[in-house]
Design a protein around this ligand. Structure first.
Ligand SMILES: C[S@@+](CC[C@H](N)C(=O)[O-])C[C@H]1O[C@@H](n2cnc3c(N)ncnc32)[C@H](O)[C@@H]1O
Length: 382
């Protein structure tokens, strides 16, 4: 194990809630938490940690502000007070992202581009989102501004590329909301193709600025391989990938099975998923843009071939009751539940085990070292 590092601003930033513990202790803390929530269902396997738990984030947001003295600072957004904690080198971020954030700051200063001030709602440049594809090296820089007209747009793009030529695409996004860090609806590609491609588990994935993509690529492969192994797929299986994002789990599964259907509510992610189907030359997979609960209800009502294996990977809130009811009605032989929140996972497992299911495997995977977030894969069998 390499030397443990401590970030000088971790208390102020509060992004790394467990940084006061050595990594081995963090893993025990997570293991205990999963066991507290889930050992009532079945034995919890030992959490799979990282060999090097630093610089793993492939998606990094950096906010810019101007000090009273007129100096531009960059750092992490604090939703509690709409302020920022100045950080130039985060121990979790990919090193390239931090270097790009500094390069952008230099260009903003050189071109005198006004930085947005949320207190006065004046200014222009708010934040950036850098996505790096771990396995192809492609880099997507999204620049977020409060207003539409980009002063010195061409000079900005040229300046950033000169300092960081490895950026493969730059997108301009407008978010006029003074308090939210989310991306706005308007987007314009300033350079390159507007998306990046990454490779995971032997499949290619095209990723747009707004699509969900797991932030820790190395551990995502561990997570997906665990999920696929739990499912014990075979060539007659009909699979549903619920909350499929850009189609990652479904596409990885598609090479082992008869057919796959993916459902996802974010239109940009579904567009990416459809492109990914083409990119990987898969004809046995289809994607639908819909609320997963509604989709499942319709599927349960229709006379269609029911899936016998369902992958479920919802956001932190877990699955809706509508979704779980329809899932039980469709009655697949196996459910592989991938969760980023042990509490909602516990709630949903309670529900499913009062129906026809029992939990037979539980594997935590550490996707977010130094934070209190925990990812878990569970297998349920009917
Ligand atoms: C944790 S991500 C998982 C995505 C994908 N399985 C992956 O590993 O990249 C959850 C996904 O659920 C989608 N989502 C959220 N609410 C949804 C809903 N009600 N119906 C369908 N998809 C939803 C989000 O847009 C997001 O892409």
């Amino acid at each position: 194990m390499e030397k443990e590092l401590i970030c000088p601003v971790y208390k102020k930033c509060n992004g790394c809630q467990l940084m006061n513990m050595p990594y081995e202790q963090q893993l025990s803390w997570k293991q205990n938490k999963v066991e507290r929530c889930l050992s009532q269902f079945c034995n919890v396997k030992k959490i799979i940690g990282m060999d090097s738990p630093y610089n793993y984030r492939n998606k990094v947001q950096t906010v810019y502000r101007t000090t009273k003295g007129g100096r531009i600072i960059s750092g992490v957004f604090q939703s509690s007070n709409n302020g920022i904690v100045g950080v130039e080198h985060c121990l979790l971020n990919s090193k390239r992202s931090d270097k790009i954030a500094i390069a952008v700051k230099t260009v903003l200063k050189n071109l005198n581009i006004p930085i947005y001030n949320p207190k006065t709602d004046k200014g222009f440049f708010k934040n950036i989102l850098v996505r790096t594809a771990q396995n192809t090296g492609e880099i997507l820089l999204t620049v977020v501004t409060a207003k539409g007209k980009f002063p010195k747009e061409k000079e900005f793009v040229k300046g950033v590329l000169k300092l960081f030529p490895k950026i493969t695409t730059i997108v301009h996004n407008i978010n006029p909301n003074p308090t939210k860090m989310k991306l706005g609806s308007y987007e314009k590609v300033l350079y390159g193709k507007g998306t990046i491609m990454d490779v995971l588990c032997g499949c290619k994935f095209e990723i747009s600025p707004k699509s969900f993509y797991q932030v820790n690529s190395l551990q995502t492969e561990v997570l997906y391989k665990t999920a696929i192994k739990f499912a014990q797929l075979n060539k007659d299986d009909v699979v549903l990938d619920a909350y499929c994002g850009i189609g990652t789990i479904g596409l990885v599964a598609s090479k082992y099975v008869k057919s796959v259907v993916g459902v996802e509510v974010n239109p940009q992610a579904v567009e990416d998923a459809k492109k990914n189907k083409e990119l990987n030359k898969k004809s046995n997979i289809n994607f639908y843009c819909k609320d997963a609960g509604e989709f499942m209800t319709e599927m349960a009502d229709e006379e269609v071939t029911s899936p016998n294996v369902v992958f479920v990977d919802p956001p932190r809130a877990g699955c809706s009751r509508e979704f779980l009811d329809s899932l039980c009605e469709l009655s697949p032989d196996k459910i592989v539940y991938v969760s980023c929140n042990p509490e909602t996972l516990e709630r949903d497992l309670h529900y499913l085990t009062t129906k026809d299911y029992s939990v037979t495997k539980i594997q935590p995977v550490d996707m977010f070292p130094h934070t209190n977030h925990i990812e878990t894969v569970c297998l349920l069998s009917r």
